[in-house]
Design a protein. Sequence first.
Length: 193
Amino acid sequence: MRKALAKAWLERLGWTVEGSAPDERKFVLIAAPHTSNWDLVYALAGAAALGLTIHWMGKDTLFDGPAGVVLRALGGIPVERKERHALVHTMAEELQRRERFVLLVPAEGTRKAVKYWKSGFYHIARLAGVPIALGVLDYRTKRVGIGPLIWPSGDVRKDMDMIRSFYADKQGKHPTQFTIPRLREEDEQTQLA
């Protein structure tokens, strides 16, 4: 019922659900482009339309007060952004511990344009030994869903080239705020070479 309701709601708003839920029981799901507060609403509806129960990370201040109860019930996990290293290990351990776990990560880390994506999604998946699913949230075509899976190889540039290729034609609600997928580690690899 939840699946049918989510799909009907999205279709009523002109959105198309794309792809299907991966066969994998555990994975990290990239939420991109992330340029609007509406992104979470569409991502949650898209996941429900695909039959997925997801967990997502949000800044801890969003969970203050009564809204926190609702956000947690919707799969929200409050995070303190200052504790990034511990967060990567904590989320990787959670993925390993659970039989089923889909972790939605807004890789840009903010709705504003930034120079780099946050690399946590990559390192969580690599440490947990799970794939990265490329989430689709394209306001230009009004498509929401899941694209291909990428297993982190450890070759950050190669993996990010695949991710860049996938998101090259995707557009956020506010297109000028979308950050082209790039991790700081890619520049560090270039400097070391």
